[in-house]
Write a protein that binds this ligand. Structure first.
Ligand code: NAD
Length: 499
């Protein structure tokens, strides 16, 4: 095995991307780094494969996608072991992720025809002599750029829906999780051996940038907001449409009539699962005054029982070594500005691990409240009422998900959150519900994966009108007479002229 300096940090050796475990440094795999010409060639091959794939029709694609889904379900242990090795993710967290991904493949495969297939659209009195037809046609090749934190669920959230819609996909996995990305591509090739419908290109950010400029029909990006800006500007050069799933700083609001045990349980899970490396992770909590102390005590009790370490622990290592500095900075800054650590704190960062940390009374303008921390840390701040909670929750430029605990007003509060999703009396649940769209607002991105909107994201609306009779009120022709125009004016007043 080749020596790698920082466990988990990607290294390129002799043109190969070497992926290692952040916990042990054990090698997870090595993959050829794609040149710009390789990316262009992969997209050209995918374009031909996409035509074959589109020609299979919804039924042919559904059959193959369901076979892929079955393969993932059958080999779940193999996949979750690899996710654990390469990213450090606890196997139990990996299982939850794969279950969710399998559900999304199933839903996308079964519903693509209904959502995207050709259908008649009713015409109205104006143009009643025409029938309307609508269908969603594939883009050809979709480029998918993925992150490392959910190396199965996030790329499948785009890929399964893009494939079901009839596109070929060229996938650039994160340089931190290329082995998991390649595993997905290889299993797909087992069920679709005929053509390279789903392929991977490996490497660092420049390979992602090359994919943006490769002539793909659409680019689906999941990653940080900073990289999202680069992706958009690269895609802008050729007006390539983009879907952006970016970072977040999700808030939970705890109302006075909340079930505090349930709220604390969901809060600890939402903040600490995957060691807090979750785009929709709960990073901030606003609890109303009457329940604040009791809620904090329950969170500290639960989070304090979590185990941290390698195999079998609740929390694994931080996957991206550089993130440890960010987490340390956020904790130090919060404490320096008057925040208090009621669990964990200044010495919580013990590379490659971070112990659960709960901070209270943290000023709203500190990094721990403003920026994505991506660690098992949490700020809980006291608010006088839910209006203040909503104002604070909505004060950031991010707006991905969120959570509300309460009874009478919880759904109304969830509606007021400036975010793409919210879970009431739970945390993160919306991500696993294949029927609901997923995506953010503001710095968290735009466009939607999952659900019917997620399918439509990967098809272009194609509208066709067909004449079925002579026009009673001819207007869109130079053959019209002054009498026709006068009749049209009369008709418009009759139809629309009354208030
Ligand atoms: P990142 O932005 O560093 O990298 C994401 C991907 O972009 C990687 O594959 C990377 O190689 C590639 N990339 C880097 N520079 C590029 C460039 N100039 N052009 C094109 N591609 C480039 O993000 P990350 O650290 O891998 O992932 C963590 C981030 O992702 C967090 O901010 C997290 O919130 C976010 N995330 C969002 C969602 C969501 O659904 N909204 C899901 C998971 C993760």
């Amino acid at each position: 095995m080749t020596a790698v300096h920082v466990p988990g940090a990607p290294v390129i050796e002799d043109g190969l991307l070497v992926s290692t475990s952040p916990a042990t440094g054990v090698e997870a795999g090595r993959f050829p780094v794609a040149t710009s010409a390789d990316v262009t060639a992969a997209v050209a091959r995918a374009r031909a494969a996409g035509q074959w794939w589109a020609a299979l029709g919804f039924a042919g694609r559904r059959k193959r996608l369901l076979r892929w889904r079955a393969l993932l379900a059958q080999r779940i242990e193999q996949l979750t072991d690899l996710m654990h090795l390469e990213g450090g993710k606890p196997v139990a967290d990996a299982v939850v992720e794969v279950v969710s991904a399998v559900e999304h493949i199933d839903w996308a495969a079964r519903n693509a025809r209904k959502v995207l297939g050709a259908r008649r659209v009713r015409s109205r009195l104006i143009l009643a002599e025409f029938s309307g037809h609508l269908e969603y046609q594939p883009y050809g090749v979709v480029g998918v750029i993925g992150p490392w934190n959910y190396p199965v669920l996030t790329p499948i959230g785009s890929t399964a829906y893009a494939l079901a819609a009839g596109n070929a996909v060229v996938f650039k996995p994160s340089e931190y999780t290329p082995a998991v990305g390649q595993w997905l591509v290889d299993t797909f090739a087992e069920v679709v051996p005929e053509q390279p419908v789903l392929t991977a290109v490996h490497g660092l950010g420049d390979v992602g940038a090359a994919l943006c400029r490769s002539g793909v029909g659409k680019l689906a990006f999941t990653g940080s907001s900073a990289t999202a800006r680069k992706v958009m500007s690269a895609c802008a050069e050729s007006l390539t449409p983009v879907l952006i799933e970016a970072g977040g700083k999700d808030a939970m609001i705890v109302d006075s009539d909340a079930d505090l045990d349930a709220a604390a349980e969901a809060c600890v899970w939402g903040a600490m699962t995957n060691a807090g490396q979750t785009c929709i992770g709960i990073e901030r909590v606003y609890a109303v005054e009457p329940v604040f102390d009791a809620f904090v005590a329950k969170v500290v009790d639960r989070a304090g029982r979590l185990t941290v370490g390698a195999d079998g622990s609740d929390l694994g290592p931080i996957t991206m070594p550089a993130q440890l500095d960010v987490i340390r900075r956020h904790i130090d800054d919060a404490l320096a500005r008057g925040g208090r650590a009621v669990l964990g704190g200044a010495d919580a960062v013990q590379p490659p691990y971070v112990r659960p940390t709960v901070l209270v009374d943290v000023p709203e303008d500190s990094a721990a409240v403003q920026e994505e921390t991506f660690g098992p840390t949490l700020t809980i701040n006291r608010v006088s009422d839910v209006d203040e909670a909503v104002t604070r929750a909505n004060a950031l430029t991010y707006g991905l998900g969120g959570s509300v605990f309460g009874r009478r007003r919880a759904v109304a509060i969830a509606r007021r959150l400036r975010s793409g999703m919210a879970s009431v009396n739970s945390a993160l649940a919306f991500a696993g519900m294949s029927t609901l769209p997923f995506g953010g607002v503001g710095d968290s991105g735009f466009g939607r994966i999952h659900g019917a909107d997620g399918l439509r994201e990967f098809g272009r609306a194609k509208s066709i009108t067909r004449r079925r009779a002579r026009s009673l009120l001819p207007s869109m022709t130079f053959e019209r007479t002054p009498a026709d125009v006068a009749r049209l004016v009369k008709a418009i007043k009759l139809m629309y002229g009354r208030s």
